[in-house]
Design a protein around this ligand. Structure first.
Ligand SMILES: [Zn+2]
Ligand SMILES: [Zn+2]
Length: 367
C-alpha cells in the first residue's frame, strides 16, 4: 500500500484553496522521500501552487503567516516583512484530557519505566527523556474545540475582533488553529502579540483588585455585565452560585483564580507571538494522520461535535483493510478497540493513520 499514491490521488481531485495574498507568502514542504524541509518557495497564483503540490506530493505543507515583498528570498532579512496574520494554536498535546490513558503510552529512556496517559517526566527517576506513543480521539478534539470556542469568545467580546475575520481550522491532528486576518492587527510587533496572548490566557490577574470588604468578609466587586475579565469571572462565579456570597478573603481569591482557570483559553503563546511563523496550509493533508487540515466557519465549529469534525476531515478512502499492530490504542479517532488480538479490520484512512504513527503497524491486505 503506497500512502504517497493515496495523497496524490487526493490532490488530483481536491485542489487546495490559496491563502489570501498568495503571491506574498512563503511556502514550505516536507516530502515522503527525504527528511528535510523545502523552504523559501513562492507561487504567483493558485494554479502554480496546485501544480507543485500534485507533482511533489508533500507529506506536510506550510505557508507563512507573514506577508513578504520577496517571499522566495533565501535569507529571512531579505524577504521584506510586510506584516503577519495573527494565529492562535490550540493543541491537546499538553492538555491532560481524560482519554489519554486510553490511547497514550510512554517509556522512560533513562530507567525503562513505562505507563499509560500523559507524563511530562518519568515518575520513577524524574528524567524528561521519554519515548511517547500518542493518538488522537474524538474526546481529545472535543476538549480542543471547547478551548477554541472560549478563545473566539474572548477575541470577539473583549478585543472587538469580528467573527468574519476569524477562521477556525482543524489542524488535522491534535487541535485547532484560529487564523485572524484582521487588517488592523497585521502590523503588530511581537510584544503587542504577547500581550494579546497573555490576555486570552488570563495571565497577570490580581484577585485583590476584584474584591471588596463587606463586614468581616469579602465579596466580588463586578457584575457579569462588566466588560472583559471582570464580567467573565462574575459569570463563572454565578455558574457556581457564588456571585453574591461573602467569603473569607483568601477563599474568595482562590475561587476567583479557579474561575480564571476555567475561562481562560489554553493556547500555545509561542505561535501567537511569532511574526514569521510557518503554519499548516488549510486544505492539505496532515502527514502524520492523513486527515485534512480543515477550515471551518465559526458557525460550523459551534454546531458540529468533535466526531463530525473528524468525519469531515477524513480525506482518504474507507475501504476495509486488515491491519496488524503490536499495541493497539483503546480509542483512536472515533473507534474503540479491545486489547486482545494484534490483527483487526479497519477503514483504509484509519490504517494510514496507524501506519504513519506506529513502527509496528502493517497493512496486510485490502478487504
Ligand atoms: Zn525513568
Ligand atoms: Zn483522546
Amino acid at each position: 500500500m503506497d500512502i504517497q499514491g493515496l495523497f496524490k490521488e487526493y490532490y488530483r481531485k481536491n485542489p487546495v484553496p490559496p491563502p489570501p495574498s498568495i503571491e506574498r507568502r512563503e511556502f514550505a514542504f516536507t516530502t515522503f522521500s527525504s527528511s528535510g524541509m523545502i523552504r523559501h518557495i513562492s507561487f504567483k497564483n493558485p494554479e502554480e501552487m496546485n501544480r507543485y503540490i500534485i507533482e511533489r506530493i508533500p507529506r506536510h505543507a506550510y505557508y507563512s503567516t507573514a506577508y513578504y515583498s520577496d517571499p522566495s528570498a533565501p535569507e529571512m532579512e531579505d524577504k521584506g516583512w510586510q506584516g503577519a496574520d495573527m494565529v492562535f494554536d490550540i493543541d491537546v498535546d499538553h492538555i491532560d484530557t481524560p482519554c489519554k490513558p486510553l490511547h497514550d503510552t510512554w517509556r522512560c529512556k533513562a530507567c525503562g519505566a513505562h505507563g499509560r496517559g500523559l507524563a511530562l517526566k518519568c515518575p520513577v527517576c524524574g528524567s524528561e527523556s521519554l519515548e511517547r506513543q500518542t493518538w488522537v480521539c474524538d474526546r481529545c478534539i472535543s476538549v480542543a474545540r471547547e478551548e477554541a470556542l472560549k478563545l473566539i469568545d474572548i477575541l470577539e467580546e473583549d478585543l472587538g475582533i469580528s467573527r468574519s475575520e476569524m477562521i477556525p481550522v482543524f489542524s488535522g491532528h491534535r487541535g485547532f488553529h484560529i487564523h485572524v486576518e484582521d487588517k488592523a492587527l497585521i502590523d503588530l510587533e511581537q510584544e503587542a502579540r504577547r500581550e494579546i496572548a497573555d490576555y486570552v490566557r488570563g495571565l497577570g490577574i490580581d484577585p485583590d483588585l476584584y474584591i471588596e470588604r463587606t463586614g468581616d468578609l469579602y465579596k466580588y466587586k463586578y457584575p457579569s455585565t462588566a466588560p472583559g475579565w471582570r464580567g467573565r469571572i462574575a459569570m463563572h462565579l454565578a455558574l457556581r452560585g457564588k456571585e453574591d456570597t461573602p467569603l473569607p478573603r483568601e477563599e474568595l481569591k482562590k475561587l476567583i483564580m479557579e474561575c480564571v482557570a476555567e475561562a481562560r483559553a489554553n493556547i500555545d503563546e509561542k505561535v501567537t507571538m511569532d511574526v514569521k511563523r510557518l503554519i499548516r496550509l488549510p486544505g492539505t493533508l496532515h502527514g502524520k494522520t492523513g486527515l485534512k487540515v480543515l477550515p471551518l466557519t465559526i458557525q460550523q465549529l459551534e454546531a458540529m461535535d468533535a466526531a463530525s469534525i473528524i468525519e469531515r476531515a477524513v480525506a482518504l478512502p474507507d475501504t476495509p483493510v486488515s491491519v496488524e499492530m503490536e499495541e493497539w490504542p483503546r480509542r483512536v479517532l472515533g473507534f474503540t478497540f479491545s486489547e486482545d488480538g494484534s490483527k483487526k479490520t479497519v477503514p483504509l484512512y484509519l490504517a494510514v493513520y496507524l501506519v504513519l504513527n506506529s513502527p509496528t503497524a502493517r497493512i496486510l491486505s485490502i478487504g
